[in-house]
Design a protein. Structure first.
Length: 148
């Protein structure tokens, strides 16, 4: 999936500002961490406040299912490594991630941020705000690969 995203960036002439060849080499080195995912779960993959309906302090609806997929639950937005979603984690019964889970979550961040870096080009946004935000985080997350 990451390779396809990189191919889309090249086709749209989107400068990802990262060394994609090295990134794919690193993914190849890390591929065994994904072997721990034995039972994929339904992941919404866009579960943020704007897509959740709450009434009387209870969730009553969820919209925007077009990104959902059967995957590792760590792909869900609430497990992002660049934000604190401790309440979300609590709902999953998670207090901390193992080192391998942290690395997988980081890879999922990289994939999602790569796709968000493409959105401006493919959706023809009026500004590059999304690209600048996503690409800045993408570069930061890629650098984290070396520190974990």
């Amino acid at each position: 999936m990451l390779s396809l995203g990189i191919t889309d960036a090249e086709a749209g002439a989107v400068d990802l500002r990262i060394d994609t060849e090295k990134l794919l080499e690193r993914l190849e080195q890390d591929k065994e961490i994904f072997d721990e995912v034995l039972s994929p779960r339904l992941v919404h993959w866009d579960c943020w406040d704007g897509n959740i309906f709450v009434k009387n302090k209870q969730m009553v609806g969820l919209i925007d299912w077009e990104r959902c997929l059967w995957a590792d639950p760590l792909m869900e937005v609430g497990f992002r490594t660049y934000e604190d979603h401790s309440s979300f984690w609590k709902g999953y019964g998670v207090t901390r991630l193992t080192a391998r889970e942290q690395r997988r979550a980081l890879w999922y961040d990289i994939y999602a941020l790569l796709l968000m870096s493409l959105e401006c080009e493919y959706r023809q946004y009026d500004t590059l705000e999304m690209y600048e935000w996503a690409n800045g985080l993408l570069k930061q997350q890629v650098m984290k690969l070396s520190s974990l």
